[in-house]
Design a protein around this ligand. Structure first.
Ligand code: ADP
Length: 885
């Protein structure tokens, strides 16, 4: 430079060149005024104008300006032609090296200044910057004051997705996630005012639309004048960190919640054993506000931690230790005063990678409730005399209560793990195994079996067992029912005995009725026959009394027999189609006559709608009820009237309900005696019995009959004013066309005619009468004789068979109970014989056995029909007619 300028000829050429390459220089004349100036010098200095005194020049680089001015003064006053000097100045931490040259060229002086960054440092910095920029994982972006992007490094490209070509020249606002670009504008404003921004967290928008979290450091860039001409942003991608922090935060919050909300009391000790934290449950358990209130706040000093555990932790012998302990009510050391507390404690030492204990975690669970329930269950199962046990699916006892001791005499330990077969009665094996198999299918079952006691005796146990699928065990509760079983056995035997006795009674009653009916039959028959002969008035009157008394006796026998049938369950309805009108008419007629005889008025009201219908019911039994009520009304009424009423109360779905009532103006019934009326053998008063007679069975039979007919019976009465008996019955309705009268199915009440018309056709037929009772035999034979039949009589079954074999017999009347050979066997013999000849002689059973079912028995043994004793002569004639005509 010096050489170049020394050559005066070339000076101005050289100056021009210097100007071209941007070297700042100033040409000063002898008056210190500026003659020429390069644009580089204009940039470097202020106040640099042509013809202005050099002293007026100013510069940002004050240090150097002062130095230059000083050097210029020295040079001006010297005789030197040139002078060169150097000055290094530090501006904004950057070292600048100034090379200045003064050259004396007549008449002018030239100042040439060259300044540049200190060379080594510059290269170092430049290299460093490039390296940093390229290798940095942080986005380094240069932008001017308005935010126009000037530089864009590789990391920026990676983070934002824009290549430098795409983005350089664009405005930073493109990266703002807030569309308004407000946040970037604010930032730029800050920078403009010279502020630096550090660790500023922002959200930015990438090219693909995704958002990234960045931490920004923005530094303003200034020119040599100190003006902010732009800024440099270094951005670190903290998206992952942010997410991680967020995750960490959530997880921390979650674990904190679990810790705090856990029902388990948690206490944490440091390696010295000092309590450092306790959760809410722990504080609640020990009734403290915070861990600092806890009396035993050092793990190793706590009396509730066993020494063994402490030592194990000290010696790093274990990682988890469980200890269960109990705090008693009078133990106030932990502040718990009110009652016994039970805790389960789990102690877990926590080690670091070197195996040193860093902390100790204790988890405490309040198991007081569980313990209480356990105790209750224990008491419940073990203080009970029932046996509570749990079996596995192979029927081994897993657990059993003290009941086995009190019931069977075994100790609990003698039962546990044993199979039930060791205790079970051999005879109960099958039933028990079947029961258990059924239990596994149904889930719940009750069964009984015998278990052996320690004494060797067996006891009956009733088990209620159930299974719960997931438990895979059988729960059983057993109760000693030995006494009950013995009682049941006694009862069973007593029941059998009672049934046998009842059967014997029924049989006895039936026999008795047979025995009594047979002579009555004789008495009545003979009286009947006697009354047909020529008698004096006196004789006739006596015989009438005999007839009435016999009838009365027969009524009593019938009642007793009915009760016997009811009690033995053999009382059945004989359903048949009938017209109510017929039944009622006969009764009303008879009772009108009887009432008249007692000077009583007899009124009857019958619902006309009832008279048309053909019904299905048992007319005989209905008749029996009505007879009983009407007879009573007549019996207990001395004056006034008897009113009979029958009305339909409902009719639907082929059923008709009829209500009957019989009211009288008789003696009435005291209110307190009403309830006994319908009981067996009960009468209102014994004195009535004396006055009025009767057995007290009639109403009991009525009640039973009514209930068989789906009805009710009741009474209203006022003492001395009269009574009204009501009853309802249900009948089925029959279509008229279906009704086929079959009188033979119906038993006709015994009504003895005053005389028999003997002038009827004489039949040329032989009837065999087999009856061991001589009187009966005579009566029947007389009846047959009167009708003109021939007859043969036998007094037992064998004689009957003999007579049948030896004679032409057209019709047989066969008694059932006979000596030597009874009627049924005799019939069988006769039928056997006939099976060879192909003949068939009608055989009619004659018996007082009026039990339901007997008829079938007779028919099945070969008999054709049945006639009840005492024989009604008309029924007898009708029967003979039926079979012989
Ligand atoms: P019995 O008439 O054979 O004694 P019941 O069973 O028919 O048997 O009647 C039982 C008792 O009910 C009678 O003894 C009588 O005391 C009373 N009783 C029945 N009907 C009447 C009536 N219409 N008026 C007064 N008392 C009656």
């Amino acid at each position: 430079m010096k050489d170049l300028l020394n050559n005066t000829e070339n000076l101005y050429n050289s100056l021009e060149f210097l100007s071209d390459i941007g070297v700042p220089y100033i040409l000063i004349d002898s008056n210190d005024c500026i003659k020429s100036i390069t644009s580089a010098a204009v940039e470097m200095f202020t106040n640099v104008y042509m013809d202005k005194n050099i002293n007026a020049i100013g510069s940002k680089f004050d240090d150097i300006l002062w130095f230059i001015k000083k050097k210029f003064l020295l040079f001006k006053n010297s005789t030197e032609n040139s002078c060169a000097f150097q000055k290094i100045v530090k501006i904004n931490n950057i070292k600048w090296k100034f090379n200045c040259n003064f050259i004396r060229t007549k008449p002018d002086l030239i100042l040439v200044i060259n300044y540049h960054l200190e060379k080594d440092e510059y290269i170092k910095k430049a290299l460093l910057l490039t390296a940093i920029e390229d290798s940095s994982e942080n986005a380094i972006i240069g932008q001017d004051v308005d935010g126009t992007i000037l530089s864009w490094n590789t990391a920026a490209e990676k983070i934002y997705g824009y290549s430098p070509n795409e983005i350089i020249g664009k405005n930073l606002s493109i990266l703002d996630s807030d569309k308004s670009g407000k946040s970037i504008k604010n930032l730029l404003n800050k920078i403009k005012s010279g502020e630096e921004v550090k660790n500023y967290e922002v959200k930015r928008l990438c090219k693909n639309g995704e958002e990234v979290f960045l931490s920004l450091n923005v530094a303003p860039l200034k020119n040599y004048k100190g003006e902010v001409i732009g800024s440099c942003t270094i951005s670190r991608d903290i998206t992952e960190t942010k997410k991680l922090t967020e995750k960490l935060y959530v997880s921390e919050k979650m674990f904190r919640n679990i810790y705090e909300q856990s029902p388990i009391g948690i206490e944490l000790f440091n390696s010295n054993g000092d309590a450092i934290s306790a959760n809410k449950s722990f504080c609640e358990m020990f009734k403290i506000n915070s861990i600092s209130d806890f009396k035993y706040d050092n793990f190793f000093a706590s009396p509730y931690i066993p020494e063994k555990t402490k030592n194990k932790i000290k010696n790093r012998q274990t990682s988890r230790i469980t200890r269960r302990y109990t705090l008693k009510s009078n133990n106030s050391s932990l502040g718990i005063k009110d009652s016994s507390y039970y805790f389960d404690m789990l102690i877990t030492p926590i080690f670091n990678e070197n195996g040193d204990t860093t902390s100790i975690l204790t988890q405490i669970q309040d198991i007081t409730r569980v313990k209480t329930v356990e105790k209750m269950v224990y008491n419940f199962t073990n203080l009970s005399d029932d046996i509570f046990c749990i079996l596995d699916l192979k029927w081994n006892f897993l657990n059993v209560s003290n009941g086995v001791e009190s019931v069977l005499g075994w100790r609990v330990s003698e039962f546990i793990h044993k199979n039930i077969v060791n205790f079970l009665h051999v005879d109960d094996f099958d039933s028990t195994f079947n029961a258990i198999n059924l239990l596994l299918k149904t889930g719940r079952i009750t069964y009984r079996n015998r278990y052996i006691c320690k004494s060797g005796k067996y006891k009956w146990i009733e088990w209620s067992s159930f299974v719960i699928d997931e438990d895979k065990v059988i729960y059983c509760i057993g109760r000693d029912i030995t006494e009950r079983m013995e009682r049941e056995e006694e009862l069973r035997k007593a029941k059998i005995a009672a049934e046998e006795a009842s059967l014997a009674k029924s049989r006895f009653l039936a026999n008795m009725s047979h025995e009594i009916r047979t002579p009555i039959n004789g008495i009545m028959g003979m009286t009947e026959l006697s009354l047909m002969t020529d008698l004096t008035e006196e004789q006739s009157e006596y015989l009438s009394v005999v007839k009435t008394s016999s009838q009365h006796l027969l009524d009593i026998i019938n009642d007793v027999l009915d009760i016997a049938k009811i009690e033995s369950g053999k009382f059945k309805l004989d359903l048949a189609p009938f017209y109510l009108e017929e039944t009622i008419n006969t009764l009303v007629n008879n009772f009108s006559i009887l009432s008249k005889k007692k000077y009583l008025e007899f009124i009857s009201f019958v619902d006309p709608s009832l008279t048309k219908d053909c019904l299905i019911g048992d007319p005989l039994k209905l008749n029996q009820i009505l007879m009983n009520l009407l007879t009573n009304a007549l019996k207990f009424t001395e004056r006034g009237s008897i009113i009979f009423c029958a009305k339909r109360i409902s009719c639907s779905e082929g059923k008709v309900n009829v209500q009957f009532s019989v009211s009288d103006t008789g003696i009435g019934i005291p209110a307190d005696k009403m309830d006994r009326l319908f009981k067996n053998f009960s009468q209102v008063d014994d004195s009535y019995t004396k006055k009025y007679g009767g057995t007290g069975l009639g109403l009991a039979i009525c009640k039973h009959l009514v209930s068989m007919m789906n009805g009710n019976i009741w009474v209203t009465s006022k003492e001395s004013q009269g009574s009204c008996f009501y009853f309802t019955v249900e009948f089925s309705l029959v279509n008229k066309n279906q009704y086929v009268s079959n009188d033979n199915d119906l038993d006709v009440p015994i009504i003895y005619p005053d005389s028999i018309d003997t002038n009827e056709i004489i039949y040329n037929k032989t009837v065999l009468v087999a009856d061991d009772n001589e009187i009966n035999q005579r009566f029947i034979c007389t009846l047959l004789e009167k009708k003109g039949y021939r007859y043969l009589s036998a007094c037992n079954g064998s004689e009957a068979v003999k007579l049948f074999n030896e004679n032409e017999v057209d019709f047989i009347l066969m008694d059932i109970q006979m000596p030597k050979l009874n009627g049924l066997d005799a019939t069988k013999i006769i039928r056997d014989r006939e099976s060879k000849t192909g003949n068939h002689t009608p055989i009619i059973a004659m018996t007082a056995y009026a039990m339901t079912g007997d008829k079938e028995k007779f028919l099945s043994s070969g008999m054709d029909d049945y006639i009840a004793k005492p024989i009604n002569f008309q029924s007898l004639y009708d029967l003979i007619d039926k079979y012989l005509s």
